[in-house]
Design a protein around this ligand. Structure first.
Ligand code: FE
Length: 254
């Protein structure tokens, strides 16, 4: 299994704080059946900064360490970019790092809204050969309330990644149900862990895929696994025509 979003780099952000944290996470990943992990530290935040060059160096170091420890996981470079107006400029100046040097770039929105410039920015990114992958849309308050925003972005070429622990219900029933609605409406293309540690923000990939298999069958598990494999190779991923999520009529609630 491949995990395309994980905070496993030591001391880079709010994920692994030390090399031993990273090693513990890698061991946990192996237990889950994960053999490849995209390290995707937050690009910028008040307290940390992870430009491309630094991530590449740290990924190299971590791979060497995992090899020494005989842990059979390969780390690929990536970055979780909080959307910002000058993101394209950040890419051209070598600040932004798409997943494993492919066209796919992981983009995060603020948790409570979607900036209005996003559609234009995504258009510009795509015109420059990049494909935005919106991470955890199921945890964005505005998207939950106005799923049409996500529909429009996907219709115009963006991809999305839901979080394994959201599917498992760790962020509550509302987020779990919305995650499954995104699957139903062809509005998501990847499942990833977004693991930060091995306690309260761990992998849950196996558990999430078991839920998907039970509800949708093995074909959808294959779809998600295959898409992760295609993404890290920079190949075209599978996608179906997105649909709008229908608002439940009030009487359906009773
Ligand atoms: Fe993340």
């Amino acid at each position: 299994m491949i995990d395309i979003h994980c905070h496993i780099l030591p001391g880079a952000d709010d994920g692994a704080q030390s090399l031993s944290d990273s090693i513990n996470m890698a061991r946990k990943a192996v237990e889950q059946g994960i053999h490849t992990i995209v390290a995707s530290p937050h690009h910028l935040n008040n307290s940390y900064e992870n430009p491309k060059r630094q991530i590449l160096d740290r990924v190299k170091e971590l791979n060497q360490l995992l090899q020494q420890e005989n842990i059979d996981v390969k780390i690929l470079p990536g970055q979780e970019v909080r959307v910002y107006g000058d993101m394209l400029e950040g890419y051209t100046t070598g600040e932004i790092l798409p997943v494993n040097h492919t066209p796919y770039v992981l983009v995060e929105f603020p948790s409570n809204h979607v900036p209005r410039y996003t559609e234009k920015l995504f258009y510009d990114l795509q015109m420059n050969g990049l494909i935005p992958v919106i991470v955890h849309p199921e945890r964005n308050r505005e998207i939950i309330e106005r799923s049409d925003l996500l529909y429009q972005l996907v219709k115009k070429g963006a991809l999305t990644q839901i979080t394994a622990s959201s599917v498992c219900g760790d962020f509550g029933k509302k987020v779990k149900n919305f995650s499954l609605q995104l699957v139903d409406a062809n509005l998501t293309h990847f499942i990833a862990s977004d693991a930060h540690n091995i306690t309260n923000r761990t992998f849950k990939m196996r558990e999430a895929l078991a839920i998907i298999e039970k509800k949708y069958g093995n074909e959808l598990v294959y779809y998600f696994e295959e898409n992760a494999a295609l993404l890290i190779e920079g190949l075209s991923v599978y996608k179906e025509d997105p649909e709008r999520i229908k608002k439940k009529k009030i009487f359906n609630l009773f």
